[in-house]
Write a protein that binds this ligand. Structure first.
Ligand SMILES: C[S@@+](CC[C@H](N)C(=O)[O-])C[C@H]1O[C@@H](n2cnc3c(N)ncnc32)[C@H](O)[C@@H]1O
Length: 292
């Protein structure tokens, strides 16, 4: 029986809501797919499910723990399912949550197996407040317990489907600019960076203990331009703010659209509601595909 592969982690900035706008702007054809801020990978999974990844894909992110999740789901899904089954009965137990959360404060954490670490990450992701991935300044996970009535901790069907979807996918930990080492003409690169804050009081996002600031946004605009000049199809989403418009809205030979999206969790995990976002493409996209 055919199953759709779905994101297996809740991730701040998840693109589920924006998917129709993004898919409307995809090129009709492209070679390899690159997603250097993969997060929960909503667009990647859509492309898998619609059979658009004949030429393969490369996913990367700065967050080492996140990429380890993708690696273990790809390479060791049965052992992961066994370990998740151990956590699953404790879905509504704040003490168990705190015990599992405290592992990264102990000296033996580094010795734990990749499967144990990833089962912990998935368990915390499902049971913590809003699926928030938050680290303190020592790099220790510190999102609070979420009080969910019935969170799905172990989802064998989806995890096995995702494992198959990742079979020939390259996974890397690293800064987004390493895509310059791998992307070739005709490839599609989708950038979904931590967004420019929507208000002066909202701070730039912490996903990895690192801040993604204005300099990073400007660096990203330069990488976008370099890839476009190389002949890649480049698509980027961001918040629609004055600064984002200044940085990305004036890039040469690009098409910018302003779209509305309703966000479940935004970057700081607190604000909800309707926000304006911008999508910038290095090519002329029309509904249902690109017309060169
Ligand atoms: C907005 S999220 C991506 C959301 C994702 N597209 C989805 O659908 O769930 C941004 C991601 O960028 C990653 N990140 C932050 N700084 C980075 C950097 N300098 N290079 C690469 N990835 C980075 C974060 O770890 C986070 O996973």
């Amino acid at each position: 029986m055919f199953h759709y592969a779905r994101p297996f982690l809740k991730w701040a900035g998840g693109k589920g809501q924006l998917l129709p706008e993004l898919t409307d702007r995809l090129p009709t054809q492209f070679r390899r797919y690159h997603e250097p801020f993969v997060g929960g990978g909503a667009l990647f999974f859509h492309l898998v499910n619609t059979g658009k990844l004949d030429h393969g894909a490369a996913l990367s992110d700065y967050n080492r723990e996140l990429i380890l999740c993708y690696e273990v789901v790809r390479d060791d899904v049965e052992a992961l399912l066994d370990t998740l089954q151990v956590h699953a009965p404790h879905f509504n137990d704040p003490e168990y949550f705190l015990e599992i959360r405290s592992w990264d404060r102990r000296p033996d954490f580094a010795q734990r197996s990749a499967v144990e670490k990833v089962a912990r990450t998935i368990f915390l992701n499902r049971t913590c407040y809003n699926g928030l991935y938050r680290l303190n300044n020592k790099g220790q996970f510190n999102a609070p317990f979420g009080h969910y009535k019935n969170p799905l901790i172990c989802d064998p069907v989806n995890l096995r489907t995702v494992s198959d979807a990742l079979r020939n996918v390259e996974l890397r930990v690293g800064d987004f600019d390493t895509v310059l080492d791998y992307a070739e003409p005709g490839d599609l690169v989708y950038f979904d960076p931590p967004y420019v804050p929507v208000s002066a009081t909202a701070s730039f996002t912490h996903y990895t203990g690192q801040t993604f600031g204005e300099n990073d946004q400007r660096r990203l605009a330069q990488v976008f331009t370099n890839l476009a000049e190389r002949g890649c199809y480049v698509m980027l989403s961001n918040s629609h703010t004055e600064l984002a418009r200044e940085i990305y809205g004036n890039l040469l030979n690009t098409v910018t659209s302003i779209v509305h999206a309703s966000r479940k969790i935004n970057c700081d995990g607190k604000k909800r509601g309707n926000v304006e976002e911008m999508i910038v493409c290095s090519y002329q996209a029309r509904r249902n595909g690109v017309h060169p």
